[in-house]
Design a protein around this ligand. Structure first.
Ligand code: NAI
Ligand code: MG
Length: 356
């Protein structure tokens, strides 16, 4: 099997961690009998913007839409390009144009990583946050009236469509159904947001009928955020609207330690378009160019990409190798109290892969 991939490193440490992840991918191909045909992409970066006055070429969609997946680093170099321009000119375009309506963030306590909750947590932390990625609170519907006067009024609507709500819930229930614990938690706020959130709850209930094996519950978002910190072991799959999911998908990884290891998928489950896999972190200008960035977030994202492509054995092998290398202080990067540099950390993962 051959898969076509676009590798889009972007800016800052994106340029360091993406090649590290590519090297790990290369090491798996030989073992698992598939091939990745990787095209290196230099646009969707602030360098490209500086040269061309835009983040991507006009025909970017044509160039990328036939790919099987996109491996993304990070975008942003605030010294030269304002963040809203770099982000909206690249990543947001991919999410919207490729209808990547699922944002997927695994949250797992890894060996060698100290959770800020370490003294509190009893039991495993191993859950997934599923965020609706295309509608909800992040709508363009609204406006500002009487600007600059005492009567200034600002309005922004939440948009929930049945199609948009059901497709994210179906994805979340399917995911829960395929996991050993088969449990789903829905984020709501139907006590306060009394029109859209009761609708969300209603659709959760309707979808649950199709998944009798999956147990489910719901929390108001304020309490749910507290539960993430107080008792994260209770979760398996957590699903939320665009805004609630956004907050939870940062809070989740924060509960398990460093931002350097957290991965993320922006997924079109129907596979009409390529899905995009990236580390959660940004371009980290403060450490860029030093070769010390933690590549585990990018490597984990690469594993999610293989899973999406159907190469689940290779994906699992990468995660076992990541756990092996994280267990050894010598192969951890500085953000985890180790001494390894970016390349050394990736080497350790590859060694663990080859030794398994
Ligand atoms: P950031 O994630 O780049 O950095 C936050 C802090 O975490 C920094 O101290 C950084 O050194 C550290 N850090 C991040 N990743 C690390 C890694 N792999 N290993 C070790 N340490 C790591 O977030 P920040 O500073 O808010 O944003 C910097 C730029 O990145 C901005 O231009 C922002 O717009 C962009 N950004 C892009 C994202 C994306 O492409 N998905 C996501 C978040 C930010
Ligand atoms: Mg966020």
């Amino acid at each position: 099997r051959v898969y076509t991939i676009a590798s889009i490193p972007g800016d800052g440490i994106g340029v360091e961690v993406t090649p590290a992840a590519e090297r790990v991918l290369e090491a798996t191909q030989k073992r698992f009998g598939f091939r990745l045909d990787v095209e290196a992409v230099d646009y969707a970066s602030c360098d490209y913007y500086t040269k061309h006055g835009r983040m991507m070429p006009e025909d970017w969609k044509k160039r990328l839409e036939g790919k099987d997946a996109l491996l993304f680093g990070a975008v942003g170099w605030p010294d030269t390009v304002p963040d809203h321009i770099s982000l909206w000119g690249s990543l947001v375009q991919f999410r919207r144009e490729f209808d990547q309506y699922v944002s997927l963030r695994p949250v797992r306590l890894m060996p060698g990583v100290r959770s800020p909750l370490a003294d509190r947590v009893h039991g495993d932390i191993d859950f997934v946050v599923v965020r609706e990625n295309t509608e909800g609170e992040y709508s363009q519907v609204g406006g500002r009236m009487f600007a600059g006067t005492d009567r200034e009024t600002v309005l922004q609507e939440t948009v929930l469509t049945r199609t948009g709500t059901d497709r994210i819930l179906r994805y979340a229930f399917e995911l829960a159904n395929g996991r050993p614990r088969k449990h789903l938690t829905s984020a709501t706020k139907s006590n306060g947001i009394a029109i859209s959130m009761p609708y969300w709850d209603e659709r959760v209930e309707a979808m649950a009928q199709h998944y009798p094996e999956v147990s489910w519950n719901k929390f108001h978002i304020d309490n749910l955020a507290a539960q993430f910190v107080l008792n994260p072991s209770q979760f398996d799959v957590v699903v939320g609207s665009n805004l609630f999911g956004d907050i939870l998908s940062d809070l989740g990884p924060a509960c398990t330690g460093t931002i350097g290891i957290a991965p993320s998928g922006n997924i079109d489950p129907e596979r009409r378009f390529p899905s995009l896999f990236e580390p959660v972190h940004g371009s980290a200008p403060d450490i860029a160019g030093k070769g010390i960035a933690n590549p585990i977030g990018a490597i984990w994202a690469a594993s999610m990409m293989l899973d999406h492509l159907g190469e689940s054995d290779a994906a699992a092998a990468i995660m076992r190798a990541v756990e092996t290398s994280l267990s050894d202080e010598r192969s951890r990067t500085r953000d985890l109290g180790g001494k390894a540099d970016c390349a050394g950390c990736a080497d350790a993962v590859i060694d663990a892969l080859n030794a398994a």
